[in-house]
Design a protein around this ligand. Structure first.
Ligand code: PMT
Length: 219
């Protein structure tokens, strides 16, 4: 086999935002377009992997050869991912998952009142952390979206969540989310490599090449 290729491997990828309902018509979400994660999914399929893409709400088209499972909330994404993770060889978490959800979403539209309502938030499960805890589980790759001290915060997440690799990107005004180009600082326990800036489609291919190398070096 070609070094770095993912031929014969099953790869689970999360992508896009999650939506956390406030009431029947409103939700909390974020700026993820799904573009980065979908590019990684397309690249993994091109590298010969069997790809399952667990996607939050996005307008992205499904890449050829990829099996797509649509979800809305972090809780749904967690269930869809954890039920398939043990049977996967690699799990790559590119989704921008809400850290919190509304404690008691209303099943009707909340009516405007004289006093503004307040929302009680409770923590969501951490999907990639739970995947990394599976004994003899898949090779895990997280992303880190940071506005400052990108490398330090990403290395903390790599260690704290027990991941094999992490791809960090700077986010903020016109960077990371939504835009077509991106730069990734990829970290693992014994090394690091910067890829980009380049269009997310090319970046996805370069990231998959690097992930393939590290995966084959450690398994
Ligand atoms: O979708 P685009 O518009 O193309 O933008 C791409 C991107 C900026 C969303 C993407 O490159 C990116 O950085 N994705 C991860 C965003 C994020 O939520 O990062 P984080 O640093 O908050 O989370 C760290 C890691 O834990 C991520 O792999 C995340 O998927 C995972 N996580 C976080 C919370 C949670 N409850 N479960 C998780 O699995």
């Amino acid at each position: 086999t070609v070094p770095g290729a993912l031929t014969g491997q099953t790869v689970l990828i999360t992508a896009g935002p999650t939506r956390e309902p406030i009431d029947a018509v409103r939700f909390i979400a974020n700026r993820s377009s799904g573009r980065m994660g979908f590019a990684v999914a397309a690249a993994a399929a091109d590298a010969g992997a069997q790809v399952i893409l667990i996607a939050g709400p996005t307008a992205q088209p499904t890449p050829p050869g990829v099996t797509r499972i649509d979800v809305e909330t972090a809780t749904d994404m967690h269930a869809a991912t954890l039920s398939r993770a043990a049977d996967s060889d690699l799990v790559i978490a590119a989704a921008a998952v809400a850290d919190y959800r509304v404690a008691r979403p209303a099943d009707r539209k909340v009516r405007k009142a004289d006093t503004p309502p307040s929302l009680e938030l409770i923590p969501n499960p951490d999907i990639i952390r739970d995947v990394a805890e599976i004994v003899d589980g898949p090779f895990t790759v997280g992303f880190a979206a940071e506005t400052h001290e990108v490398t330090d915060h990403a290395r903390d997440k790599l260690t704290d969540k027990g991941l094999d690799m992490i791809a960090a990107n700077q986010v903020g005004e016109g960077r990371g989310f939504e835009v077509s180009e991106n730069t990734l600082e990829v970290l693992w326990r014994t090394g690091q490599q910067t890829i980009g800036p380049m269009p997310k489609e090319r970046l996805g291919r370069a990231l998959i090449t690097l992930i393939g190398e590290r995966f084959h070096a450690t398994r």
